[in-house]
Design a protein around this ligand. Structure first.
Ligand SMILES: [Zn+2]
Length: 65
């Protein structure tokens, strides 16, 4: 559940009820603490990797003389 919540896959209604649950549930707070950084990294990768890979590719424009 924490994973779905963190990636924003829960419907708004469940997100709200999970947030309420989270306030009182140390186990889920731990889940979020542990999963959160990985989810952030994945989100960054998903958004950025295609553009970044293109920029880093030796085949993409090389400006050096
Ligand atoms: Zn819980």
């Amino acid at each position: 559940m924490a994973g779905l919540y963190l990636i924003g896959a829960l419907p708004a209604e469940q997100t709200q009820s999970y947030e309420g649950h989270l306030l009182h549930c140390p186990a889920c707070q731990t889940d979020c603490d542990q999963i959160g950084p990985a989810v952030d990294a994945l989100a960054t990768l998903r958004v950025g990797d295609a553009a970044e890979l293109a920029e880093q590719s030796p085949l993409a424009g090389d400006d050096r003389p």
